[in-house]
Design a binder for this molecule. Structure first.
Ligand SMILES: [Zn+2]
Length: 303
Protein backbone atom coordinates (compact mmCIF):
# COMPACT_ATOMS: atom_id res chain seq x y z
CA UNK A 1 0.00 0.00 0.00
CA UNK A 2 1.22 3.45 -0.89
CA UNK A 3 1.99 5.61 2.12
CA UNK A 4 0.37 8.99 2.02
CA UNK A 5 2.00 11.88 3.71
CA UNK A 6 0.88 15.38 4.52
CA UNK A 7 3.33 17.75 6.11
CA UNK A 8 2.71 21.24 7.37
CA UNK A 9 4.99 23.85 8.89
CA UNK A 10 4.30 26.71 11.29
CA UNK A 11 5.48 30.15 10.26
CA UNK A 12 8.20 31.79 12.35
CA UNK A 13 9.60 35.33 12.25
CA UNK A 14 12.25 37.76 13.59
CA UNK A 15 14.97 35.12 13.68
CA UNK A 16 18.26 35.82 15.38
CA UNK A 17 21.19 33.75 16.59
CA UNK A 18 22.26 33.78 20.25
CA UNK A 19 25.20 31.46 20.86
CA UNK A 20 24.15 27.94 19.81
CA UNK A 21 20.47 28.82 19.32
CA UNK A 22 18.38 30.30 16.56
CA UNK A 23 15.71 32.25 18.42
CA UNK A 24 12.53 33.78 17.07
CA UNK A 25 8.76 33.95 17.42
CA UNK A 26 5.85 31.95 16.18
CA UNK A 27 3.82 34.14 13.82
CA UNK A 28 0.76 33.25 15.88
CA UNK A 29 -1.24 36.36 14.99
CA UNK A 30 -1.60 34.73 11.54
CA UNK A 31 -3.33 31.59 12.84
CA UNK A 32 -6.68 31.25 11.08
CA UNK A 33 -9.83 30.69 13.14
CA UNK A 34 -10.87 27.06 13.41
CA UNK A 35 -13.87 26.24 11.22
CA UNK A 36 -15.06 23.94 14.03
CA UNK A 37 -14.95 26.58 16.73
CA UNK A 38 -15.19 30.03 15.23
CA UNK A 39 -15.84 31.60 18.59
CA UNK A 40 -12.54 30.39 20.04
CA UNK A 41 -9.74 32.98 19.74
CA UNK A 42 -7.10 31.15 17.65
CA UNK A 43 -4.00 32.62 19.33
CA UNK A 44 -5.20 31.71 22.82
CA UNK A 45 -6.16 28.22 21.71
CA UNK A 46 -2.72 27.76 20.16
CA UNK A 47 -0.90 29.09 23.25
CA UNK A 48 -2.89 26.76 25.47
CA UNK A 49 -1.64 23.83 23.37
CA UNK A 50 1.91 25.12 23.90
CA UNK A 51 1.54 25.54 27.69
CA UNK A 52 -0.09 22.11 27.95
CA UNK A 53 2.76 20.59 25.87
CA UNK A 54 0.07 19.27 23.57
CA UNK A 55 1.02 20.89 20.30
CA UNK A 56 2.46 17.83 18.58
CA UNK A 57 -0.60 15.75 19.38
CA UNK A 58 -3.07 18.37 18.18
CA UNK A 59 -1.48 20.17 15.28
CA UNK A 60 -0.91 17.65 12.49
CA UNK A 61 -4.38 16.04 12.32
CA UNK A 62 -6.38 19.08 13.44
CA UNK A 63 -4.79 21.92 11.52
CA UNK A 64 -3.94 19.95 8.39
CA UNK A 65 -7.19 21.01 6.74
CA UNK A 66 -6.33 24.66 7.33
CA UNK A 67 -2.93 24.51 5.67
CA UNK A 68 -2.19 26.23 2.41
CA UNK A 69 0.85 27.50 0.58
CA UNK A 70 1.13 30.88 2.23
CA UNK A 71 -0.73 30.87 5.53
CA UNK A 72 0.45 30.27 9.07
CA UNK A 73 0.20 26.52 8.51
CA UNK A 74 1.98 26.00 5.20
CA UNK A 75 2.03 22.84 3.15
CA UNK A 76 5.55 21.37 2.93
CA UNK A 77 6.52 19.76 -0.37
CA UNK A 78 8.72 16.68 -0.85
CA UNK A 79 11.65 18.89 -1.91
CA UNK A 80 12.30 19.61 1.79
CA UNK A 81 14.60 16.57 1.98
CA UNK A 82 16.73 17.62 -1.00
CA UNK A 83 16.95 21.15 0.37
CA UNK A 84 17.85 19.95 3.89
CA UNK A 85 20.57 17.55 2.75
CA UNK A 86 21.97 20.26 0.48
CA UNK A 87 22.44 22.71 3.39
CA UNK A 88 26.00 23.67 4.21
CA UNK A 89 26.92 24.30 7.87
CA UNK A 90 29.60 26.71 6.63
CA UNK A 91 26.87 28.99 5.34
CA UNK A 92 25.81 30.41 8.67
CA UNK A 93 22.44 31.75 7.55
CA UNK A 94 21.26 28.60 5.81
CA UNK A 95 19.63 27.08 8.91
CA UNK A 96 17.73 30.34 9.50
CA UNK A 97 16.49 30.38 5.92
CA UNK A 98 15.41 26.78 6.22
CA UNK A 99 13.22 27.62 9.24
CA UNK A 100 11.76 30.66 7.49
CA UNK A 101 10.86 28.50 4.49
CA UNK A 102 9.65 25.33 6.25
CA UNK A 103 8.56 26.50 9.69
CA UNK A 104 9.22 25.53 13.29
CA UNK A 105 11.82 22.77 13.59
CA UNK A 106 10.36 20.69 16.42
CA UNK A 107 7.86 20.87 19.26
CA UNK A 108 10.52 20.94 21.97
CA UNK A 109 11.89 24.22 20.60
CA UNK A 110 8.85 25.98 22.11
CA UNK A 111 9.69 24.87 25.64
CA UNK A 112 12.12 26.63 27.89
CA UNK A 113 13.14 23.47 29.73
CA UNK A 114 15.18 20.93 27.75
CA UNK A 115 15.99 17.37 28.67
CA UNK A 116 19.10 17.06 26.47
CA UNK A 117 22.04 18.78 28.12
CA UNK A 118 23.49 19.97 24.82
CA UNK A 119 20.24 21.72 23.91
CA UNK A 120 19.73 23.59 27.19
CA UNK A 121 19.23 27.31 26.94
CA UNK A 122 22.13 29.57 27.86
CA UNK A 123 21.72 32.55 30.19
CA UNK A 124 21.45 35.08 27.33
CA UNK A 125 18.77 32.95 25.61
CA UNK A 126 16.83 32.68 28.87
CA UNK A 127 16.95 36.46 29.28
CA UNK A 128 15.72 36.90 25.69
CA UNK A 129 12.98 34.31 26.37
CA UNK A 130 11.77 36.17 29.47
CA UNK A 131 11.49 39.42 27.51
CA UNK A 132 9.54 37.70 24.75
CA UNK A 133 7.08 36.16 27.22
CA UNK A 134 6.62 39.53 28.93
CA UNK A 135 5.72 41.01 25.53
CA UNK A 136 3.15 38.20 25.12
CA UNK A 137 4.96 36.64 22.18
CA UNK A 138 5.41 32.91 21.62
CA UNK A 139 9.19 32.34 21.58
CA UNK A 140 11.16 29.37 20.35
CA UNK A 141 14.85 28.41 20.34
CA UNK A 142 16.34 25.85 17.96
CA UNK A 143 19.70 24.34 18.89
CA UNK A 144 22.09 24.80 15.97
CA UNK A 145 24.28 21.89 17.03
CA UNK A 146 21.20 19.61 17.13
CA UNK A 147 20.10 20.96 13.74
CA UNK A 148 23.44 20.21 12.06
CA UNK A 149 23.79 16.89 13.84
CA UNK A 150 20.36 15.99 12.44
CA UNK A 151 21.50 16.90 8.93
CA UNK A 152 24.45 14.52 9.30
CA UNK A 153 22.19 11.76 10.62
CA UNK A 154 19.74 12.16 7.72
CA UNK A 155 22.69 11.99 5.33
CA UNK A 156 24.01 8.85 7.00
CA UNK A 157 20.61 7.12 6.84
CA UNK A 158 20.22 8.11 3.17
CA UNK A 159 23.70 6.80 2.33
CA UNK A 160 23.13 3.62 4.32
CA UNK A 161 20.10 2.87 2.13
CA UNK A 162 22.12 3.71 -1.01
CA UNK A 163 24.91 1.35 0.13
CA UNK A 164 22.39 -1.46 0.72
CA UNK A 165 20.93 -0.97 -2.75
CA UNK A 166 24.27 -1.43 -4.45
CA UNK A 167 25.26 -4.24 -2.04
CA UNK A 168 28.23 -2.24 -0.79
CA UNK A 169 28.84 -4.04 2.50
CA UNK A 170 32.05 -2.16 3.25
CA UNK A 171 30.25 1.16 3.18
CA UNK A 172 27.24 -0.11 5.10
CA UNK A 173 29.57 -1.49 7.77
CA UNK A 174 31.29 1.89 8.08
CA UNK A 175 28.00 3.79 8.35
CA UNK A 176 26.21 1.53 10.88
CA UNK A 177 28.17 2.66 13.98
CA UNK A 178 27.41 6.33 13.21
CA UNK A 179 23.70 5.61 13.71
CA UNK A 180 24.07 2.86 16.33
CA UNK A 181 26.37 4.76 18.69
CA UNK A 182 23.92 7.60 18.91
CA UNK A 183 20.79 5.63 19.71
CA UNK A 184 22.14 2.61 21.58
CA UNK A 185 24.16 2.83 24.77
CA UNK A 186 27.37 0.79 24.45
CA UNK A 187 26.64 -0.03 20.80
CA UNK A 188 28.42 -3.02 19.30
CA UNK A 189 27.89 -3.65 15.58
CA UNK A 190 26.47 -7.00 14.57
CA UNK A 191 28.32 -9.18 12.06
CA UNK A 192 25.26 -9.54 9.80
CA UNK A 193 25.76 -6.22 8.01
CA UNK A 194 22.57 -6.07 5.93
CA UNK A 195 20.28 -7.00 8.79
CA UNK A 196 22.06 -4.52 11.01
CA UNK A 197 21.74 -1.75 8.40
CA UNK A 198 17.99 -2.35 8.00
CA UNK A 199 17.55 -2.44 11.75
CA UNK A 200 19.34 0.90 12.12
CA UNK A 201 17.36 2.48 9.27
CA UNK A 202 14.15 1.62 11.10
CA UNK A 203 15.50 2.76 14.45
CA UNK A 204 17.04 6.05 13.28
CA UNK A 205 14.18 7.14 11.02
CA UNK A 206 11.48 6.04 13.45
CA UNK A 207 13.02 7.76 16.45
CA UNK A 208 13.39 11.02 14.56
CA UNK A 209 9.75 10.96 13.46
CA UNK A 210 9.11 12.28 16.91
CA UNK A 211 5.62 13.74 16.63
CA UNK A 212 4.24 12.38 13.36
CA UNK A 213 0.62 11.28 13.65
CA UNK A 214 -1.64 9.03 11.62
CA UNK A 215 -5.14 10.23 10.76
CA UNK A 216 -7.88 9.32 8.26
CA UNK A 217 -7.89 12.13 5.73
CA UNK A 218 -10.47 12.67 3.00
CA UNK A 219 -9.29 12.95 -0.58
CA UNK A 220 -11.71 12.96 -3.54
CA UNK A 221 -14.48 11.44 -1.48
CA UNK A 222 -12.32 8.64 -0.08
CA UNK A 223 -10.67 8.31 3.30
CA UNK A 224 -7.00 7.32 3.55
CA UNK A 225 -4.71 6.74 6.51
CA UNK A 226 -2.24 9.58 6.21
CA UNK A 227 1.00 10.30 8.04
CA UNK A 228 0.60 13.88 9.21
CA UNK A 229 3.46 16.01 10.49
CA UNK A 230 3.42 19.53 11.91
CA UNK A 231 7.12 20.40 12.23
CA UNK A 232 9.89 20.74 9.65
CA UNK A 233 12.16 18.13 11.29
CA UNK A 234 9.37 15.55 11.14
CA UNK A 235 8.73 16.47 7.50
CA UNK A 236 12.39 15.75 6.67
CA UNK A 237 12.29 12.30 8.25
CA UNK A 238 8.86 11.48 6.82
CA UNK A 239 10.30 12.14 3.35
CA UNK A 240 13.37 10.10 4.22
CA UNK A 241 11.06 7.27 5.27
CA UNK A 242 9.34 7.39 1.87
CA UNK A 243 12.65 7.46 -0.02
CA UNK A 244 13.86 4.51 2.05
CA UNK A 245 10.85 2.31 1.36
CA UNK A 246 10.72 3.34 -2.31
CA UNK A 247 14.41 2.33 -2.75
CA UNK A 248 14.95 5.83 -4.00
CA UNK A 249 17.63 7.58 -1.92
CA UNK A 250 19.07 10.93 -2.91
CA UNK A 251 22.40 11.29 -4.70
CA UNK A 252 25.04 13.93 -5.08
CA UNK A 253 25.91 14.90 -8.67
CA UNK A 254 28.89 12.93 -9.96
CA UNK A 255 30.49 16.05 -11.43
CA UNK A 256 33.07 16.88 -8.77
CA UNK A 257 32.58 20.64 -8.93
CA UNK A 258 28.78 20.41 -8.74
CA UNK A 259 27.37 19.84 -5.26
CA UNK A 260 23.76 19.47 -6.25
CA UNK A 261 21.69 16.78 -4.54
CA UNK A 262 19.06 15.19 -6.71
CA UNK A 263 16.49 12.39 -7.02
CA UNK A 264 17.42 9.72 -9.54
CA UNK A 265 14.78 9.38 -12.22
CA UNK A 266 16.31 6.19 -13.60
CA UNK A 267 18.69 3.86 -11.90
CA UNK A 268 21.75 4.65 -14.01
CA UNK A 269 21.47 8.41 -13.74
CA UNK A 270 24.54 9.80 -12.01
CA UNK A 271 24.37 13.48 -12.84
CA UNK A 272 21.92 16.11 -11.65
CA UNK A 273 21.33 17.37 -15.16
CA UNK A 274 22.12 16.71 -18.81
CA UNK A 275 24.39 19.73 -18.60
CA UNK A 276 26.62 18.13 -15.94
CA UNK A 277 26.72 14.84 -17.80
CA UNK A 278 27.70 16.56 -21.07
CA UNK A 279 30.32 18.68 -19.33
CA UNK A 280 31.95 15.64 -17.76
CA UNK A 281 31.98 13.84 -21.08
CA UNK A 282 33.59 16.85 -22.72
CA UNK A 283 36.26 17.05 -20.03
CA UNK A 284 37.00 13.37 -20.45
CA UNK A 285 37.43 13.91 -24.18
CA UNK A 286 39.88 16.71 -23.40
CA UNK A 287 41.95 14.13 -21.57
CA UNK A 288 41.62 15.26 -17.97
CA UNK A 289 42.32 12.55 -15.37
CA UNK A 290 39.15 10.64 -14.53
CA UNK A 291 39.78 10.95 -10.75
CA UNK A 292 39.52 14.69 -11.05
CA UNK A 293 36.27 14.74 -12.90
CA UNK A 294 34.26 11.99 -11.29
CA UNK A 295 33.37 10.86 -7.84
CA UNK A 296 33.54 7.15 -7.26
CA UNK A 297 30.44 7.15 -5.09
CA UNK A 298 27.45 9.30 -5.86
CA UNK A 299 25.52 8.82 -2.64
CA UNK A 300 25.85 11.85 -0.41
CA UNK A 301 28.92 11.03 1.65
CA UNK A 302 32.24 11.52 -0.10
CA UNK A 303 34.61 9.28 1.80
ZN1 LIG B 1 25.45 18.57 -11.40
Amino acid sequence: METKLQAIGMQVRDLDVIGDHIVGFIADDLIPPSPRAEHVPPVEAFRKLVTDHNLATAVPPFYLQLANKSGFFSTIGPEILTVFLGLDPAESDSAKHFLLDYGLWREGDLYEERTEKAERLSKPVRAWWKDATRRKQTPFATSLSEFWWTRDLAETLNDLRAALLRSDKQRAKALCPIVGEHFIHGYKPSAAVEREANFLLALGTGRMLESARIAPIEENGKLFPVIATGFSRDAVFAQLLLKTVQSNPLYRCKRSDCDKIFVRSRLNKEYCSDHCQALTKRRRQLGKPIEEIERADTSLRRN
